[in-house]
Every structure is written in structure tokens, then in C-alpha cells.
Design a protein around this ligand. Sequence first.
Ligand SMILES: O=C(O)CC1=CCC(=O)O1
Length: 375
Amino acid sequence: MTDTLLNHHDEGPTTAPPLLLGPSLGTSTALWDKVAPELSVTHRVIRWDLPGHGGSAADLIGPGATVADLARLVLALADSLGIDRFAYAGVSLGGAVGLQLAVHHPERLESLAVICSSAHFNGSKPWEERAETVRREGLAALADTANARWFTPGFTVPGLVEDHRTADPEAYAACCDALAAFDIRERLSSIGAPTLLIAGREDPATPPAHLREIADAVPGASLTEIAGASHLAPAERPEAVLAALRGHFDGYALRGMEVRRQVLGDEHVDRAQARQTPFTARFQDFISRYAWGEIWTDPTLARRERSVITLTALVAHGHYDELAMHVRAARRVGLTPEEIGAVLLQTAVYCGVPAANSAFAVAQRVLAEEDKTEG
Ligand SMILES: O=C(O)CC1=CCC(=O)O1
């Protein structure tokens, strides 16, 4: 029996936020070889193969296939892995699948990166012609022109060109049918997922203007152009693509780490980082992302107000080690010793006198240490 699911490669902690990576026409999961292992430090990274490409069965699609069909296969794969919502990045045809998911299945998409792709692939004619040629002659001649279509002069990835040569011609032609019919321009303004567009400056297939068109239409989208990259930017300029994807998918974690350092101080954060082990890495990442990247960065309350709330909550629950750290943080965000004392005095009313008594002892010690360091 033929497999009914797309072939895929799953790496990174199974408990990490899922990130699905889609390939371009003629390539395979190998397109992400230089990027996926790095992304898998913070994500569960799942790369998939198009039908008839890499390890996916050819008969998952047939003549007249659409990008919607491919998106359904991706969702079936996610379902089979128990993944409900996910981040998604795709190159070219894989990027079109991402746009399709963002428009028609927004409840499944956490965030989106569309790389060297388009909301339309220059009309149906070139793809109808390519499909016809491939159905008639196979892929050998077309694969001979892959370097010129995919890379800047002099650059190549032989394994990807070989993937092109050995793809199943019928499935490849069905993917061309999908490209021929794809035009999602009218729906771009409905996309709500945080969206990043990445363009290869030298890309002849989907030049930067195609990515700009998407960036202009999708609310809040941003665009990064990569110099020295053609159509397969993740293979040709992996470090630049990785930096852009990290910035996009790890936005909360990066901003969180910045705020964490501002509030708790470099010394504390460096110590916490140095103590980090593979066992605690996910927890540290969670704290940076959630407590610092989402809550402490929310401008609705001032940092001083957040500090007062935090001191109170720590006293209420008797977390005196954490309280010491947050007394230091309170000083850093501008609370005076008198104000800290006033907060602790109020906790005596609402959290109880014994709790406030212990809290005063902790705060007094910390403030005295701070005095000594400053003096
Ligand atoms: O193979 C090409 O010529 C470039 C391309 C267009 C759509 C896609 O996925 O790759």
C-alpha cells in the first residue's frame, strides 16, 4: 500500500514549539540541511517532501493538483504527528503552501515565513508548458538548467540538483499544475499570522518584487532581502536565512532575554545561562519567552508597577529566594528602599504578618548588600 502521508524528517525536542518547513519544486528536505539543525535548538522542526520528491509517494497528487491539495497533505501530516498549531516556513512552492494555510486555515498557523516565493507564479502558461514538457520528456533536460534557475553563477548544491533529476515526472508535472492555478493576491489582506517575507536579491524565478507585493498586502508583514542569494536562499545563504528566521520565530525569546537582562541584570542572567543544562534549557527558554518576552514587555503597566506586583506575589507565596532577586530588580527599575518597605508593609495586611516579617528580613539583607557594593 502506498503511504498516504508526506515523507518527513522530524528533529528537535518533541515538546518544543513545532515549526514545519516546506520545500520548493524539484527539491527535497535537503533544501533545509544547513538551517534546520540550528532551528531545532528552539523548535521541533518537521521538514516535508513534495509528492514524488525525496521520499514522498508520487501518487499523493495527480494531474490538475492545486496548492490547496498540498496544504491538505501538510495538515494531514501535522495531524498524524499530533500537532495542532505550528509555525511554518516554505520556499517557493512550499511558500505558496504557507500562504494557502495562512488564508484558509488560520487556526492552524502560529506564524509564517515565505521565502523566495510569490502570491502568483506569473500566470499559468509557463507552468502548463513545463508540465507538458516534463510529462513528455521526463526531468533530465530540465534538471540540467537547475543551477541557472536556483543559484547565483558558480554556486551549486549537487545533491539538490540530483533530487531534481530523480523526482517523479508525473508528480513534478502535477506540482506545475498547482503553480499554474495559484493566485492568492486578492486574499493576502486577510492574513493575520505574523508574516516574514524573505527575498533572494538575485532570484530570477520569484524576484524581490514578488515578495514586496506580499509584504505590502499582508497586515504588519516585514520583508528581508538577502544579497548574494538566488532562488534557493536557504541553501545558498543559510546563515542569512537562519538569522532572519530566528528573528521572526524567536521574537519573544530574543526580546524577552533583552528585558530579562534590563530588569534582573547581566550578572544574574549570565549565571542562570551558565547553569543551564539540556534538562533545564526548555524551562529557561519558556521563562525568557513568556515571563519576560510577553508579560514584562507589555507596556500596559510600567516596570515599577510590575515590580510592586511581583514583590507582593512572592511574599504571598513565601518564595523568599525569588524575593531577594526581585528586591534587586526593584532597585534596578527605580523603586527606592522606602517604596520597597511600603510594599512589604502592605503585604503584612494582605499576606499576613509572619510572611511580611520574613520578607523584611530578606529585603533588609539585600538592600544592605547593595549599599555595601555601591559604597
Ligand atoms: O524550479 C524553478 O524554476 C523555480 C521554482 C518555481 C516554483 C518553485 O517551487 O520553484
